[in-house]
Design a protein around this ligand. Structure first.
Ligand SMILES: [Zn+2]
Length: 184
């Protein structure tokens, strides 16, 4: 990303909004926004296959029992409004076939996938595709729940409404309730 160019563009937007970008409170805002974009959209420059090879840290374990990683907190931005998706929790389940993935890799994958302009539905699909590439397994479930500021704070304005999306492959097609209520 061309940091200087983005700073200039943010300055243009401020002008069009009727602001004075030279007033004290806004002087550093274009630079801050450009740095924020660099951080929160860092996943855009990687393909799913590249994320899979970056996070390919698996260990041999003789188990075929399901493993569930619950409630990974994430943020993302919707591709329709560039609006924040917040209070996001991602639960990932999989059934290993001889190999398990290092536990820190699940939030790493979730973060990179979320640091793109996204649809909530696609966040789950991307995570499942990446895990399938790394582990070569079909039994993967991903449940994502979030609030969308484009729904809660603008337009239809329904604060508190929560969207839950599911990706259910292999055994999780029939056992999705287990994935949702694993510890209940
Ligand atoms: Zn939106």
């Amino acid at each position: 990303m061309d940091q200087q160019r983005v700073e200039g563009l943010v300055r243009e937007i401020l002008l069009e909004l009727g602001e004075n970008p030279d007033r004290e409170g806004l002087q550093d805002t274009p630079r801050r926004v450009a740095s924020m974009f660099q951080e929160v959209f860092a996943g855009i420059r990687y393909t799913n296959a590249e994320i899979a090879s970056m996070c390919d840290r698996k260990f041999r374990v003789e188990t075929t029992d399901p493993i569930i990683i619950r409630d990974i907190p994430c943020f993302s931005y919707c591709e329709h409004h560039m609006a924040l998706m917040y209070n996001m929790k991602i639960t990932i389940g999989y059934v290993p076939q001889g190999y398990v993935l290092g536990l820190s890799k699940f939030p790493r994958i979730a973060d990179l996938v979320c640091r793109r302009l996204q649809l909530q539905e696609r966040i789950g699909l991307d995570i499942a595709d990446i895990l399938e590439m790394i582990l070569g397994i079909e039994d993967i479930g991903v449940i994502v729940s979030a609030e969308h500021s484009c729904v809660t704070a603008r337009g239809i304005q329904k604060p508190g409404s929560v969207t839950t999306t599911t990706v259910l492959r292999g055994t999780f097609k029939d056992n999705w309730r287990q994935l949702l209520n694993w510890d209940k």
